[in-house]
Design a protein around this ligand. Sequence first.
Ligand code: GDP
Ligand code: GDP
Length: 455
Amino acid sequence: AAEEGFDLEDVEGAIGAAGHGPLPVLAVVGRPNVGKSTLVNRIIGRREAVVEDKPGVTRDRVTYEAEWAGRRFKVVDTGGWEQDVLGIDASVAAQAEYAIEAADAVVFVVDAKVGATDTDEAVVRLLRKAGKPVVLCANKVDGPSGEADAAYLWSLGLGEPHPVSALHGRGTGDMLDAVLEALPETPAQTFGTSVGGPRRVALIGRPNVGKSSLLNKVAGEERVVVNELAGTTRDPVDELIELGGKTWKFVDTAGIRKRVHLQQGADYYASLRTAAAVEKAEVAVVLIDGSETISVQDQRIVTMAVEAGRALVIAYNKWDTLDEERRYYLEREIETELAQVQWAPRVNVSARTGRHMEKLVPAIETALEGWETRVPTGRLNAFLGELVAAHPHPVRGGKQPRILFGTQAGTKPPRFVLFASGFIEAGYRRFIERRLREEFGFEGSPIHISVRVRE
Ligand code: GDP
Ligand code: GDP
């Protein structure tokens, strides 16, 4: 079916590339200084500023996309977290717990020059309990002479140690091959496997916006703790909550409780927890404290959900405390600070008084519906045809690039591939996204549009 110069292979290839579902998640865990960040940089093939980070500087970016041998996956880096006041064992264990919980497979990094320490052994116990596939990385094997050091790590009982020099790249290819073998094609944690089960909601937001108050209000006494996860941890706990006549699974709700002992690294820790919850959820409810100025941290949390491709609801809490003036400024802030997510359903709630609690479920349902919307190819092209005829792309250099046809490559969130006769400018892409939303809804969902240009 050659359509305007594209052959079927082009089209299928493009849809395959754009149509990936949720990506499996790889967590990189280990003690401080074993080389986790160096390894993550190697895996994502970029020089992110991770290793240069100064101690104490908050890093909230913890998840990266990577590709090896044509397969894409996400990498969770736990290397940016400072040791907390409980001491090194507790902090390494705690961060590893979150990362392992969110992961489909784990790379456990050990410094082969140092050998296995007690802290390493503690992480091994966590890994055993979690039962996730583990690839053992014996790092800092910079040359052949280090291979013997790596062999000692068989003693950890995690199978073959892969000798690697994260710094120089030695052995990383073989290790990544092993990673791909361990990683499932589709993430087990996310929607891939639980079709028909309760929908998964992540209630997220910066500290003190009212997450635990809201959870208590909506759930009352009906909370059912679902999984203590075979004892891996007391922390990432999912709870079944009855709301609007349906059962919902609120993921990682224990993370909502305060962890007062956390001093250093608390922000990073919170980011990791948020990222883990978002990974597991289908829809994120971002709670924002309406009584306070919308902050960069609020925006980052929203961005995390959008980048993860989850359905999104924004709830403005503490509405009971807002006077008329604050309400005015809040609207202005929403327009400027959250302009990029105007499509997200919004509810103004008060966890204290219970105001508008009943609107939460309809908003969540709307967002999930938008997230799952599929536009038939015929309808999409009828729409694109009219749109392009009425609003052609501006002429550039005597040429007028045209959208030839399009198809929806996937849902959750909706992903489109447009085929064009020339380079399509960003402004025109945004115009198309806007019109697609006007025509088909997608309320509460990010949408992805990729454009293929005929060579
Ligand atoms: P993290 O705390 O586990 O994230 O460790 P980093 O990635 O920050 O690395 C800690 C130190 O070990 C840095 O000075 C790195 O340059 C060094 N390092 C990391 N990987 C290697 C390696 O393969 N060989 C050598 N010799 N040093 C490494
Ligand atoms: P979390 O850190 O996001 O879980 O926030 P909390 O639920 O612990 O709430 C932080 C503070 O805000 C507590 O003192 C709550 O009583 C208060 N709070 C939460 N929701 C509301 C609300 O809707 N109205 C008012 N006035 N206070 C609230």
